[in-house]
Design a protein around this ligand. Structure first.
Ligand code: BES
Ligand code: ZN
Ligand code: ZN
Length: 482
């Protein structure tokens, strides 16, 4: 999908369909809307769509009146969703060339970027392996501003970069386990890094052994697919201050549970257990183009969690890179084991701040459902910065507790730590486990098990991978201040 911008009267733009936002209680009388607003056929409620053919005085073949809700509540997030819902609707009707008209007042960089981003996100479909040849595709999406806007092209470019980055993440997350092994994630990371001028190194088993990454290696040993720790680096031309942001993402390409094997029902979904790692790759792709003021390095431990004949057993005790010993009570709690060594490695590499994202626990889905990412942190300031970035991006995140009392749930008689707590507070004990490896580095943990995959599509997003939390991470790095 090609994205462009143009300034001038929207009514004069020749296109297959022109999207016009309609506010609730507003008095839109152009584009054929007047009668429909008067009769109450159009209310302007958020994401309400009304398609008109050849309305008088408009060069476009169709006008799609798109409910924008109350104008006081209209944000970039609302516009992203509006653009997305409109594009998905038109795409389903095989419309090829689409434009969206933005009136004066809604043409700031944030809005233009959000509209383009929403259109790109809407264009993603999870059905690439269907062989049917009737796949619909949108050729172009144009944002029209009715006034001349400074930096219009730059705003659109930012929207495109962030939209493409999320779709790159979604493509990876959507790949099934047979097609996306750890070696294939390495290939994708190398290709992305070389395409966007980033450095990429990959630690393989011998180096992991030398570094003493016993927690990561223990998970990997049940699979014939070798593990990898992918490191992707962005270095600004001139760094401000001394901060170095580390992004650590869980990259389990398939999670069978290992010897503590999962039930068959729904196990196919565990292909998305690398969504945290894929989000870090997407964020790096965007940051390479947007050039934040601080160095950012992504660390993605990749493994397949399988119950092979060499698999680790419940009761095994492994030694993590940090020196701590871990009793593996449940081999299905593998994410925290691979993240433990990745967090230690990120600290040793000089990261001063860490954010991890992981489809870590079913318990976070019990706690927060599918609407909020669970956010845990050992540092008030970093927590607030991530929450603020998430809010601005319309990524919903909810702060969760990490108090020392919860350590009571995480005791092993045989090793420093067990890899699972008891029955209660499963998402919290998982985060408490990670905290032991973040140590005194300011750190945020995002449990995205409930939010990285949409079981049902939304009007503006297809069913499948959501791309969370790419855009929050991009904003966090772009707005970084020491
Ligand atoms: N990958 C799963 C968590 C998960 C569950 C992600 C549902 C997405 C949807 C993780 O590795 C896991 O299996 N966690 C266990 C931990 C338990 C053994 C303490 C869980 O949540 O059941
Ligand atoms: Zn698991
Ligand atoms: Zn897992």
């Amino acid at each position: 999908m090609k994205t462009t911008t143009v300034s001038g009267p929207a009514a004069g733009v020749e296109t297959d369909a022109l999207i016009i936002p309609i506010f609730e209680g507003g008095k839109e009388s152009r584009f054929g809307a007047a009668d429909l607003v008067d009769t109450g056929e159009i209310s302007g409620k958020s994401l309400e769509l009304t398609l008109l053919h050849h309305p008088p005085g408009v060069a476009a073949k169709r006008v799609l009146l798109a409910g924008a809700g109350k104008s006081e509540k209209f944000t970039a997030t609302e516009l992203r969703n509006l653009a997305g819902a409109a594009v998905r609707h038109l795409k389903s009707k095989s419309v090829k060339r689409i434009a969206l008209g933005l009136e004066a007042g809604w043409t700031a960089e944030e809005y233009v970027a959000a509209a383009i981003e929403g259109a790109i996100l809407a264009d993603f479909e999870p059905d690439r392996y269907k062989t049917a040849d009737d796949r619909k595709s949108v050729e172009s999406f144009t944002v029209i501003t009715d006034e001349v806007v400074d930096g219009l092209a730059r705003a659109a470019e930012r929207g495109r970069v962030i939209g493409d980055a999320q779709n790159f993440t979604r493509e990876l997350v959507n790949e099934p386990g047979n097609r996306l092994t750890p070696a294939k994630v390495v290939e994708a990371a190398r290709k992305m890094a070389s395409g966007y001028g980033l450095a990429c190194e990959v630690l393989e088993r011998p180096q992991m052994e030398e570094l003493g990454m016993g927690a990561l290696l223990g998970v990997a040993q049940g699979s014939a697919e070798p593990p990898a720790l992918i490191v992707v680096r962005y270095q600004p031309k001139k760094a401000h201050g001394s901060a170095h942001l580390g992004l650590v993402g869980k990259g389990v390409t398939f999670d069978t549970g290992g010897i503590s094997i999962k039930p068959a029902d729904g196990m196919e979904k565990m292909k998305y257990d690398m969504a945290g790692g894929a989000a870090m790759l997407g964020a790096m792709q965007a940051l390479a183009q947007l050039a934040p003021p601080i160095p950012v390095t992504a660390f993605i431990p990749c493994v397949e969690n399988m119950p092979g004949s060499r698999a680790q057993r419940p009761g095994d005790i492994v030694t993590a890179m940090s020196g701590k010993t871990i009793e593996v009570i449940n081999t299905d709690a593998e994410g925290r084991l691979i993240l433990a060594d990745a967090l230690t490695y990120a600290r040793k590499q000089g990261c001063t701040h860490l954010v991890d994202a992981a489809t870590l626990t079913g318990a976070i889905v019990v706690a927060l459902g599918h609407y909020n990412v669970g956010l845990f942190s050992n540092d008030d300031s970093l927590r607030e910065r991530v929450l603020a970035a998430a809010k601005a991006e319309g990524d919903r995140m909810w702060p969760m507790p990490l108090e020392d009392d919860y350590k009571e749930y995480l005791k092993s008689p045989f090793a420093d730590l067990p890899n699972v707590g008891g029955r209660w507070g499963g998402a919290i004990t998982a985060a408490m486990f990670l905290k032991e490896f973040a140590e005194d580095t300011p750190w945020v943990h995002l449990d995205i098990a409930g939010t990285a995959w949409l079981d049902e599509g939304k009007p503006f997003l297809a069913k499948g991978p959501s791309g969370v939390p790419v855009r929050t991470l991009v904003r966090l790095a772009m707005t970084w201040k020491d």
